[in-house]
Design a protein around this ligand. Structure first.
Ligand SMILES: Cc1cc2nc3c(=O)[nH]c(=O)nc-3n(C[C@H](O)[C@H](O)[C@H](O)COP(=O)(O)OP(=O)(O)OC[C@H]3O[C@@H](n4cnc5c(N)ncnc54)[C@H](O)[C@@H]3O)c2cc1C
Ligand SMILES: *[C@@H]1O[C@H](CO)[C@@H](O)[C@H](O)[C@H]1NC(C)=O
Ligand SMILES: *[C@@H]1O[C@H](CO)[C@@H](O)[C@H](O)[C@H]1NC(C)=O
Length: 511
């Protein structure tokens, strides 16, 4: 009896040893034969190019990855050339704790843009109601005098959200993925995060004891500059906007869209300059006698229309009115071309000109006015959302931001294009104007209806649903990694890596 137990133990030990040593080999051998052959990504913004990068990481060197782009690589990350320099017209700043964006530039060997200290003022349509001093201590006293501890409390509030937000990096590091935005948010911050999506930022902050005056004077200008909307956006995107007022924000040297080109190159994807018009499902007999299904991607390129078959497709552009028009045929239940909800227009106007100081209702000398970002309150007089002195995407050695007495590049965000009248009011003179009309980010009106799924069909994924939690470069990157992990786990039938509950407790102590 005893002997047998012993030998059984020895046997199972031996088996363990064998399976340990064989496991990696047999796993990769079996994966090899059943890896997907072709993957399509629709859209070459930061979301699509990051998806290509992570898909390559998950599926290895054997799979062919095609990235379709109908416009310009970078999408909402874009620059305009004025004189000898380039300037960002779309997504511009990145938070110091945006770890995926940081990882990308490290991997690609692209440096951060040299920092130029910024200085903020707030304009109510008539005059400057707040102006940051060069002295930290003066700012602190001014704020304490006016708003008591609102400012410090706000920093703590944003930090508490950010703290939970950071959990996503650990989950993704361990390969965990989520099938909906809601389950991803729940894994990060539990019901609190879901509730944030269902309340306005105003409601959330008021019930946390912030004053209405502080919300109007300091918070609204921040939601306006970041999302072109009021403090009635939902609390989660509100927290992202407020984190966008933290210190240590950075940008990519040479332009943020360089990351997209770099990711395309690094992932060894093929860029197909074409507009995808429809996706349909095709069933083909397979070698083994059964059937296999593929996605047929139909597209229009310069040479005319064409189509190709793919095992996996990732849609990395918003499926909304005015953003993209892709029709889906043969799916049951049907997939809509456009989901409900609207994208908000933000017009970004770059002006090379001389600022009219009286427009800001100030008698300060232009030669002494070195404010970089003028935010605006939500008042009748404010036709613009913000006015910023813009530094080029590459900061030359010895660069100092010139004062307002110099003709220089300004960036105006407004909900409508600026009229000649409005320009004449803001600028004494100008010699160059460039206007970009962006359908920039979702209109955030809580309560948030259920977000579209990450999984549109078996192997058809949708990245930009994430924007309904908050639109930012890092959010697209997080979504890209989530979708690549989902695609991998679902291809290999690893259900234990999808929508796991209580990850935070389970992974505690692992790092
Ligand atoms: C004015 C402005 C300021 C912003 N500021 C910041 C900021 O400071 N920091 C920050 O983090 N974020 C900012 N954002 C948000 C950020 O830019 C976006 O969240 C992010 O760039 C979205 O990337 P994406 O790849 O998901 O989508 P997109 O960049 O929109 O990429 C989608 C791509 O798909 C292509 N496409 C669409 N339809 C088709 C089709 N049928 N076939 C082929 N291709 C198609 C489009 O041409 C596009 O290139 C800002 C956005 C705007 C507009
Ligand atoms: C948010 O509101 C929607 C619509 O009112 C509701 O369906 C959903 O259950 C709410 N979610 C939470 C977490 O409160
Ligand atoms: C400058 O701004 C003031 C105040 O808005 C306005 O009255 C004036 O017409 C503007 N233009 C010039 C050239 O002063």
């Amino acid at each position: 009896m005893r002997r047998q137990t012993l030998s059984l133990t020895a046997l199972s030990f031996l088996w363990l040893l064998i399976s340990w040593s064989r496991n990696p080999v047999s796993a990769s051998a079996s994966e090899q034969q059943e890896q997907p052959k072709k993957i399509a990504v629709i859209g070459a913004g930061i979301g699509g190019t990051a998806a290509a990068f992570y898909l390559r990481q998950e599926f290895g060197p054997g799979v062919k990855i095609d990235v379709f782009e109908s416009g310009t690589v970078g999408g909402r990350l874009a620059t305009v050339k004025i004189g000898d320099d380039e300037y960002e017209t779309g997504g511009s700043v990145i938070h110091p704790l945006n770890l995926h964006m940081k990882h990308f530039i490290e991997k690609l060997g692209i440096p951060q843009r040299k920092d130029v200290p910024s200085k903020v003022a707030i304009f109510d349509g008539k005059e400057l109601t707040f102006e940051e001093s060069d002295w930290f201590i003066i700012n602190l006293f001014r704020m304490l005098w006016r708003y008591g501890f609102n400012l410090i409390r706000m920093q703590m509030w944003v930090e508490s959200v950010l703290d939970k937000f950071m959990r996503i990096y650990q989950y993704q590091q361990y390969g965990y993925s989520f099938s909906s935005v809601e389950s991803l948010l729940h894994a990060m911050g539990g019901n609190r995060f879901l509730t944030l999506m269902n309340q306005t930022l105003e409601e959330t902050m008021m019930s946390d004891g912030f004053s209405q005056m502080y919300l109007n004077d300091m918070v609204a200008p921040i939601t306006r500059v970041n999302y072109g909307q009021s403090v009635r956006v939902h609390g989660f995107v509100g927290a992202i906007a407020l984190a966008g007022a933290d210190s240590g924000l950075w940008a990519v040297d040479g332009g943020n869209n360089r990351v997209c080109y770099g990711l395309l190159y690094h992932s060894k994807s093929e860029l197909i300059p074409a507009r995808v018009t429809s996706i349909s499902i095709k069933v083909r007999p397979s070698k083994t006698g059964s059937t296999a299904s593929f996605y047929e991607v139909n597209y229009v390129e310069e040479a005319g229309s064409a189509h190709s078959l793919y095992d996996i497709v990732v849609i990395a552009t918003p499926l909304h009115q005015g953003k993209s028009d892709i029709s889906f045929s043969g799916f049951s239940p049907p997939i809509p071309s456009h989901y409900p909800g609207r994208y908000h227009q933000t017009v970004s106007t770059l002006v090379h000109g001389l600022l009219n100081m009286s427009y800001l209702g100030t008698t300060q000398l232009a030669s002494e006015f070195t404010v970089s970002d003028i935010l605006t309150t939500d008042s009748k007089g404010s036709v613009i959302h913000s006015l910023s002195s813009l530094d080029p995407v590459h900061i030359p050695a010895g660069y100092k931001r010139p004062p307002a007495s110099h003709t220089k590049v300004w960036k105006v965000f407004s909900p409508q294009p600026l009229s000649q009248e409005q320009l004449k009011n803001m600028f004494l003179s100008w010699d160059f104007v460039s206007e970009s009309r962006w359908l920039a980010y979702p209109e955030y009106r809580p309560p948030q209806r259920k977000t579209p799924p990450f999984i549109l069909h078996n192997r058809l994924y949708y990245l930009n649903t994430m924007e309904w939690a908050g639109s930012a470069m890092e959010m697209s990157a997080i979504s890209a990694r989530n979708v690549a992990l989902l695609a991998h786990h679902r291809w290999h039938g690893q259900a234990d890596k999808i929508d796991q509950e209580d990850l935070h407790t389970r992974l505690r102590g692992e790092l």
